[in-house]
Design a protein around this ligand. Structure first.
Ligand code: NAP
Length: 437
């Protein structure tokens, strides 16, 4: 069929139903431009392969978007995944998701542990449980994909401890988790290729510098006022803080003196996956509204053309997870499109800013955890008091019902006796009567 058609094109020229040559050239040029745009916006594919069998990977955000694609690819290569999820492992949707991930990857070693990244206590509970193991548990990789973003026009949200939500989930949760897991990372054998993969976003370029006023603003309970808050500014500063911390964390790991005097090999890798069509991005584009969703569907062709699929966005993360060169290089590098790029902001390497960020985050966590511990202790006391009162009430009720039963028993006995006495009196009357006769 194609051959006769091509032959007739060659000998007889364009068929009558075909568009004119100019129109045809326009259509071809448009399609070629669209193809090129799509090819460019999809980004590069990961060129590095590696067998991940036996490797233990802790992962946040593995249930959605780029994180879900990364989880699937790592599981396909045999990694043992521990997904840190907001919901408990018994949640029916999560059970189904993990079942699906297991069957698609052919890997049964995928588990979930509940860690709500908006809750410092939940993070501490998981991380202390993880490090409380002797000998130390195997840990090859931590992938920190979870994040949150308020859609444009949305309201500023806070945790119950007064910490701005974007700062909490995108930065402070990762800071807290890595700070507690630090002994577990440092305890890995020298020759284990340990990687901490930190996804970021180019919005960090627009963030104001990390200084005292920015650090005060993220927690209004600490006395700060978040006057310049906007969803975009909050997201940008959380990413700049995350990158500054990630670089400082690499230095913190490098500075550790191992008991065997061998160098620390753990590497932090920052990754900018590029813009992708993930649920988070959809929420942001649609402003979380139905009208937004309608517009999103109408212009989906454009979104498809310009944004990557989650699978393509995961390529740089997979490169950071699998490329062998990271072993030989120093940590703290930024990867974009499966290659190393420079950070657009020099202040991510500013040691003074990193120190200020680290200290103020420690202080904030200490204050919030103390407050939470007092609240938990109060709640526990109240619960105990309620239980004590309920126990006393139950005892009083039991005694009262016992007294009531005794009283009723006595009353019944008295009634019986009275009835007996009544009968006896009746007999006596009769006897008396006959005696009269
Ligand atoms: N998408 C993009 O265009 C883009 C661009 C540049 C960089 N990035 C980066 O890539 C990473 C992934 O982005 P994405 O768009 O794929 O994200 P996403 O689809 O919005 O998914 C966010 C993930 O974070 C989890 N999460 C949110 N709040 C949580 C909490 N309190 N506790 C535990 N888990 C929580 C979500 O869990 P649930 O499933 O329970 O909601 C979900 O798995 C992010 O670090 C982002 O900054 C993305």
């Amino acid at each position: 069929m194609p051959l006769p058609f091509l032959a007739s094109l060659f000998f007889d020229g364009l068929p009558p139903w075909a568009p004119e040559p100019v129109r045809l050239a326009q259509i071809t040029a448009t399609l070629a431009a669209a193809g090129l745009t799509k090819w460019y916006s999809s980004g590069r594919r990961n060129p590095s392969e590696r067998n991940m069998h036996g490797r233990v990977v802790l992962m946040t955000g593995g249930t959605s978007g780029i994180g879900a694609s990364t989880a699937l690819e790592l599981a396909r290569r045999g990694a043992q995944l521990v997904l840190l999820t907001r919901e408990p492992p018994s949640d029916p949707f999560l059970v189904e998701y993990i079942d699906d991930l297991r069957s698609r990857s052919g890997n049964q070693l995928i588990y979930a542990e509940q860690v709500n990244l908006a809750d410092l206590h939940s993070i501490r509970q998981f991380a202390t449980k993880w490090i409380d193991n002797s000998p130390p548990r195997r840990l090859d990789m931590i992938v920190l994909c979870a994040d949150t973003m308020t859609p444009p026009g949305g309201k500023r949200l806070e945790t119950p401890q007064g910490i701005e939500m974007t700062w909490m989930v995108n930065f402070l949760a990762n800071f807290h988790l890595l700070a507690i897991l630090s002994p577990a990372i440092r305890a890995q054998p020298f020759d284990r290729d340990v990687r901490i993969i930190v996804p970021t976003c180019s919005t960090y370029i627009a963030s104001p510098r990390i200084d005292a006023s920015l650090l005060d603003a993220v927690s209004t309970k600490g006395g700060g006022a978040d006057k310049n808050w906007s969803p975009h500014a909050a997201y940008a500063r959380s990413k700049l803080a995350l990158m500054t911390f990630a670089k400082a964390y690499q230095k913190h790991l490098d500075a550790y003196k191992r008991p065997d005097e061998l160098p620390m090999m753990a590497k932090v890798v920052l990754v900018d996956p590029g813009l992708a069509r993930t649920p988070g991005m959809r929420r942001w584009l649609t402003r979380g509204s139905l009208w937004g969703l309608l517009l999103y569907l109408i212009f989906y062709g454009l979104v498809w053309l310009l944004l990557k699929s989650p699978h393509m966005a995961a390529q740089s993360l997979l490169y950071a997870a699998m490329d062998g060169n990271f072993l030989r290089l120093s940590g703290g590098r930024l990867i974009k499109e499966c290659m190393e790029v420079d950070c657009a902001r020099k202040d991510v390497d500013d040691e003074a800013a990193a120190k200020k960020l680290w200290e103020s985050s420690d202080k904030l966590i200490e204050r919030a955890e103390k407050e939470m511990a007092i609240k938990r202790a109060k709640a526990k006391k109240e619960q105990e008091k309620k239980e004590e009162e309920a126990k006393k009430a139950a005892q009083v009720e039991e005694i009262e019902s016992l007294v009531d039963a005794i009283r009723k028993g006595k009353a019944r006995e008295a009634q019986k006796k009275a009835a007996k006495d009544g009968k006896g009196t009746g007999k006596t009357g009769k006897t008396t009567g006959s005696a009269k006769k």
